[in-house]
Design a protein around this ligand. Structure first.
Ligand code: CDT
Length: 300
């Protein structure tokens, strides 16, 4: 058996009035809890440092000023890196990234047990719209505030395994997971902010949870991978988002799931070898995969 202590640190709401300092204190608290339960890696949500601001219409300048990070670590986030090193626990963190060249991405980093950034991912599947939908109860302006990620879907050698990262809407796309699996990822991790109400059509909230879980479970099985997914959830200034943070086994079974819509750490001591049966047999890519028949996937 090859084991990894994996914690998923779900977050309750981050409201507009919350400071970065107070949010980082919550993250540090959960990093400590994860480490005390045996975690070597703790997964935090997407845009973990701020409210899910794409729900608000504002100028790009205002968004950049209020919600984006221009450096990582920064003065405000340094405590996370310090505690990671002290406790020898790594983490995945989602945040809005503004580059020195003025580009903006929805980003996640992977930090190892010495507090060093060892991986970066920039979200590729940006949902929503870029125009102001005046009639809608809230906006989903990821296409306005972020560029499509330019780093591909990399897999990192870390934590004695191979780790792929994605963000929120990426999890609904089978291509995301297959590209990780083609690089022999054994673990895929992500954070998400999923509004309970769909502004595009009348989708009942229970289906929002259902499609979230079914996407992760199918992806884990079809790629013989473990998946850890961390929600930011509950009512952010009155706008509700689903919880349902999970750790999913390569058998598609959920081995840990959050119960609340608040800050909550879930944990599993995962056996990284469990994916091998699936990847050596039913989804043995070398033996059974037929990419010559899948060309349309990349041509269209
Ligand atoms: N953050 C994020 O990507 N949320 C999307 C909402 C889709 S509806 C525009 C999600 O897939 O959960």
């Amino acid at each position: 058996d090859r084991r990894l202590g994996l914690a998923v640190a779900q977050m309750g709401p981050v409201n507009l009035a919350d400071t970065r300092k107070s949010v980082v204190a919550r993250l540090v608290e959960m990093l400590r809890e994860g480490a005390s339960r045996g975690a070597e890696l703790v997964v935090f949500p997407e845009t973990a440092l701020t409210t899910f601001f794409p729900r608000y219409w504002m100028s790009d300048e205002e968004a950049t000023e209020r919600f984006f990070e221009t450096s990582m670590p920064s003065a405000a986030t340094q405590p996370l890196f310090d505690v990671a090193r002290q406790l020898s626990v790594g983490f995945y963190l989602g945040y809005a990234e503004a580059t020195p060249e003025g580009r903006r991405f929805n980003t996640a980093i992977l930090v190892d047990r010495s507090g060093k950034i060892v991986g970066k991912y920039r979200k590729i599947h940006l949902p929503g719209h870029s125009d102001h939908k005046v009639e809608a109860p809230f906006q989903h302006l990821e296409k306005k505030y972020f560029e499509v990620g330019d780093l591909g879907i990399p897999v990192f050698e870390a934590f004695n395994t191979r780790v792929g990262m994605c963000l929120c809407n990426d999890r609904r796309w089978p291509e995301t997971w297959r590209v990780m699996a083609l690089q022999s990822a054994e673990l895929g991790i992500l954070g998400y902010n999923t509004p309970s109400w769909n502004i595009h059509w009348n989708e009942p909230p229970h289906l929002r949870m259902h499609t979230h879980l079914v996407s992760l479970q199918a992806a884990a099985y079809q790629n013989g991978m473990w998946i850890g997914a961390a929600a930011k959830c509950g009512f952010e200034d009155g706008f509700h988002m689903i919880g349902g943070s999970v750790i999913v086994a390569p058998s598609a079974e959920i081995v840990a799931q959050s119960l609340t819509e608040a800050d909550e750490v879930i944990f599993a001591n995962i056996n990284l070898s469990w994916g091998e049966n699936i990847r050596n047999h039913v989804f043995n890519f070398a033996k059974h995969r037929r990419p010559e028949n899948y060309r349309l996937i990349t041509e269209r």
